[in-house]
Design a protein around this ligand. Structure first.
Ligand SMILES: [Zn+2]
Length: 616
């Protein structure tokens, strides 16, 4: 019945009501790539009478600080549909208003960029690497209009276009269904090489993959890399059970190993952009090294691109996007990025070190891993000229999150006697949240909240109390998991502290004429913090002798329990005496028992289940 009603309505309405407005059309040219700018013409029609509000993004998906991309625009002009010149008013820092048009506006501008990475724009005579928010104006209120972009390479170049944008019959013209998808589609325009492969799924359908490589290498090197990538993507699929549906028909690895890029890797829905200057694909070690970032970024095709936390969805290009859960989005991806390389046989570097690393950082006592995630706008490539205390109060949600992933993986395995693992948790998150993302390119249908993660864990271990306890203590609380107990079944021994080794804590110092200056923040919980030493102090004497760096370093050779008398001069010029009590070194390390003895059959079985290949 319902389809019939709709059909009748369709017949009654005038044809114009069903006509799609023309896409927002961009034309991109590179008149002088040696001067690191490109020209963009944006044409918008069907505007009605209201002024056009053009905006430049302040933020970019996958980067969490604001970057004020408007700073790089110059020579902005506009005309209407008849070619009449229009006034362009710079309404606010990243917005322009254009009034008095005839329903159509063409805005032309130039934009500078010399940083080819996952966030910015990089143009030179070798390529144009375009992260869309760093390069394209967009129109307020038309976020759901489709978009079309045509690139015209420099005359005489053999540049082609690599992107996850939807192809058209013209190899230089691409489309996006909406602003969200367009902005998520970095584009490499250069004389790149390609290599493609497909992987057949359990249901018989093939998923397509393409490497787009801008590098000093031979096509055969790119094909060799593609073989490694294929092993890797199979292992990633082993976690989730299937590949996402890649909307343009394939997933694209945009890989830039040219000399002038800035080292970076950035995830997108159907592609990744990775730049690693200096990496050579001409030798096997270089190709193997390339897999490290590729592994991390490809895992994001599920985790963050489709299994996506609230706060990132839909992405707001006008401000920072804050979320609870970068510890999972980035930290779990970090953990799996390394684990999958072990499972694929590329590496024997099992990611256990995140556990000891976390225990060695006193900042874990001041913020939970959720609170660390919420610091991202201040920590992720953020710039400001005032000093921050991140060096002692912040732990990267990548590393902290990877430590939580390690704890959770081992904990689920122990709790369920090997019947379940973190793979099952991720697969459940995929089924419940990620899969539903697939119905509209550019959007995630069902982003998750922190409570959803608790629910998923409770379901995987069939124990609500356990799930609540884990989240209360190790995710939302500031406790660290019992890594010693968790690692033991896998044949790793956590070693806590060195009772005979003296320790006072470290801090950046500089020897000066008047003594030794403290030039960094002193870490919480260290003997020198407890003694009252911190940034800005000058150490004048150590045990009544003039202070030197050598004298300071010698303190650590003393035995736990000994004391050291130190005179310091504060910023106010006053001199004061403090006493530093040497303590036992608390450093936590992890020993791999497999290096010194034969593992028990139980330990070997645990490792096989955890680290063995699953990519068949
Ligand atoms: Zn990442």
């Amino acid at each position: 019945m319902k389809p019939l009603v709709w059909l009748c309505l369709a017949l009654l309405l005038p044809a114009a009501a069903w006509a799609q407005p023309a896409p927002i059309a961009y034309r991109v040219t590179f008149p002088e790539p040696q001067h690191h700018w490109m020209q963009v013409e944006m044409t918008v029609s069907g505007l009605g009478a209201a002024p056009l509000r053009a905006r430049m993004s302040r933020s970019s998906p996958g980067r969490y600080a604001v970057h004020e991309f408007a700073k790089n625009i110059f020579q902005i002009d506009a005309v209407d549909g008849t070619g009449k010149k229009l006034a362009v008013s710079h309404a606010d820092v990243d917005g322009w208003t254009i009034a008095g048009h005839d329903g159509t506006v063409s805005v032309t501008y130039r934009i500078f960029g010399d940083r080819a990475d996952g966030t910015y724009l990089g143009i030179d005579t070798t390529h144009a690497h375009i992260n869309m928010p760093a390069a394209f104006l967009w129109v307020e209120g038309l976020e759901n209009r489709s978009m079309r972009v045509t690139f015209t390479p420099p005359a005489g170049s053999s540049w082609e276009v690599g992107t996850q944008l939807f192809p058209t019959p013209d190899p230089y013209t691409f489309t996006a269904p909406n602003l969200q998808y367009f902005m998520d589609s970095p584009t490499e325009v250069s004389a790149f090489m390609t290599s493609t492969f497909s992987v057949i799924g359990a249901d018989g359908s093939a998923s397509q993959f393409r490497l787009v490589v801008h590098a000093d290498a031979a096509p055969s090197d790119v094909d060799e890399l593609a073989k490694l990538v294929q092993r890797l993507v199979r292992e990633a699929r082993g976690v989730f059970g299937e590949f996402p549906k890649f909307e343009p028909g394939m997933y694209t690895f945009l890989l830039d190993y040219s000399a002038w890029g800035a080292g970076d890797g950035m995830e997108h829905r159907n592609s990744t952009f990775i730049s690693e200057p200096g990496l050579s694909l001409r030798d096997a070690n270089g190709r193997r090294a390339a897999i490290d970032t590729i592994s991390h970024e490809f895992f994001h095709a599920w985790n963050v691109e489709r299994i996506r936390p609230v706060g990132l969805e839909p992405f707001d290009f006008t401000r920072e996007n804050v979320t609870c859960c970068l510890w999972l989005a980035e930290g779990f991806t970090q953990y799996y990025g390394e684990l999958l390389q072990v499972r694929a046989g590329f590496s024997d570097n099992v990611p256990v070190g995140y556990g000891s690393e976390l225990l060695n950082l006193s900042a874990r006592h001041v913020r939970s891993v959720v609170q660390m995630s919420e610091q991202a706008p201040f920590a992720d490539a953020a710039t400001a000229i005032d000093r921050t205390d991140l060096s002692r109060t912040f732990i990267s949600y990548y590393d902290f999150g990877a430590a939580v992933a390690l704890a959770l993986d081992l904990s689920i395995r122990q709790r369920t006697a090997g019947a379940a693992s973190l793979d099952d948790f991720m697969a459940l998150m995929w089924q419940r949240f990620g899969r539903t993302a697939e119905n509209r390119a550019g959007y995630v249908g069902r982003p998750y909240a922190l409570t959803d993660l608790r629910d998923a864990l409770a379901e995987v271990v069939k124990d609500r109390a356990y799930a609540n306890d884990f989240f209360d203590r190790f995710v939302e609380g500031r406790e660290a998991a019992d890594y010693a107990a968790l690692l033991a079944p896998a044949g790793y021994v956590l070693h806590v502290g060195f009772p005979d080794r003296g320790w006072i804590g470290g801090v950046p110092l500089r020897e000066t004429a008047g003594g030794v200056s403290v030039i960094g923040l002193v870490q919480f919980g260290t003997p020198i913090y407890d003694a009252g030493l911190d940034l800005g102090d000058v150490i004048v004497t150590i045990d009544d002798k003039p202070a030197t760096l050598a004298g300071w370093n010698a303190i650590a050779t003393r035995k736990p329990g000994e004391t050291v008398a130190v005179t310091i001069r504060r910023r106010d010029g006053k001199t004061t005496g403090v006493t530093i009590t040497v303590k036992p070194d608390p450093t936590v390390t992890i020993d791999d028992l497999a290096k010194t003895r034969t593992l028990t059959p139980e330990q070997r079985a645990f490792r096989e289940s955890w680290l063995g290949a699953k990519g068949k």
